[in-house]
Design a protein around this ligand. Sequence first.
Ligand SMILES: Cc1cc2nc3c(=O)[nH]c(=O)nc-3n(C[C@H](O)[C@H](O)[C@H](O)COP(=O)(O)OP(=O)(O)OC[C@H]3O[C@@H](n4cnc5c(N)ncnc54)[C@H](O)[C@@H]3O)c2cc1C
Length: 414
Amino acid sequence: MTQRQQYDAIITGAGLAGLTCALALSGRHLSIPLRTLVIDQGPALGQRNYAADTRGTAITFASRNLLEALGIWSTVAPHAQPFRQIIVTDAKTSAERAPVLLDFPRTGSNDAPSAWMLENGTLLEALAKSVEECSNIDVVTGQTVQDFSFAPASIHVSTSAGDDHAAALLIAADGRNSIARQAAGIDIVKWTYKQSAITLTINHSKPHDGRAEEHFRANGPFAVLPLTGNRSSLVWAEDSEETTRLMALGDDAFLDELKRRIGDHLGELSLANQRTSWPLELQIARRFVSSRLALIGDAAHVIHPIAGLGFNLGLKDIAALAECVHLSARRGQDLGGTATLTEYEDWRRADTMIVAAMCDGLARLFSNDVTPLALARQAGLKLVNVVPPVKRFFLDQAAGTAGRQPTLMTGGHL
Ligand SMILES: Cc1cc2nc3c(=O)[nH]c(=O)nc-3n(C[C@H](O)[C@H](O)[C@H](O)COP(=O)(O)OP(=O)(O)OC[C@H]3O[C@@H](n4cnc5c(N)ncnc54)[C@H](O)[C@@H]3O)c2cc1C
């Protein structure tokens, strides 16, 4: 069937980025909500198995402000575990319990927690429910976006069902292999870390007291991140061969490996869900915009999860884009015009490059067992730990409060 609908914005992808962006453009909190269409190839929003995403996301202080402005935070807050302490160690071998080099016993700016740990499934479900309840947002699922025509006055999108939709602006939130990005001919810079990360949730008998542990090891970081209750989210990176071996182990054998790495400070351990593995890579689009197109989330950038900032970058994309688009709407300007998109790209691409370079540098620095380098980084981390302004810089990065902040991330409204 062919039908044509005109929207202010079309968003391809109903993952974390697409759903959040729909609410930022069209939510009930807005003075001028836009009419938005979200298209996704997956099942209907109400029929998804959100728990299948076994990752957790460290939501920064700034990102929490955005979720609050969108009316999502109150729903997910009971499931969000504040970070009370972040410790970083340089563990030379996987089993070794290395001394703590960096310790953030306090929290972000104004003594609020610098971040909260939230399971992706919980956040996705809350976002999906809110999108479904929003009368300004239409959702089409079970269809892939196939063709795009970038006309001067509007963008046209056709789906696998033969439907045709038009809008002033197309927002690509269709992930790292974005079809929209490819259709616009935007190249990427990409390399792989030859590592994969296993993610899962564990139960433990002793409390974590809000302590996040990140053990930097030569074959990849091993992070134990606190969830609500006596549970933690694991991000366990290894070279790809070792990940394949670990993924193939039965639950009991895998748990034994896990116990050797975590030690006994969390008491008895058990697996709370299935393991998933993710190839680690860096990928940045050479441009974040094209004619009537803006890239957000993983469609624009994929970074190493060493600092847990990938989706937080995506949230900053969304808050910045929403601000640029709403400003244009208030001025009666073209929502998908060059002025709107250039402002968005200038705001986000440079900031993304800084964070991506920081995460890439950390991943490379620690993926190396050469002794002089190991000594230098240990000395560097110890220095960071004792010089307050330097430590504050790292805390601000962890809280997402560094750089130019979009209004929605500072507690303001559009
Ligand atoms: C191990 C690991 C740990 C991480 N930890 C953190 C963390 O602690 N903090 C943090 O901030 N970030 C973290 N991240 C990053 C974060 O998970 C991602 O940035 C985020 O999930 C990306 O969401 P997205 O919506 O941009 O993309 P995706 O989740 O990939 O969503 C894309 C959507 O587009 C749809 N789609 C794709 N193609 C089409 C098409 N042609 N037509 C229609 N629909 C389409 C898909 O169905 C999907 O729903 C981590 C990543 C990994 C791998």
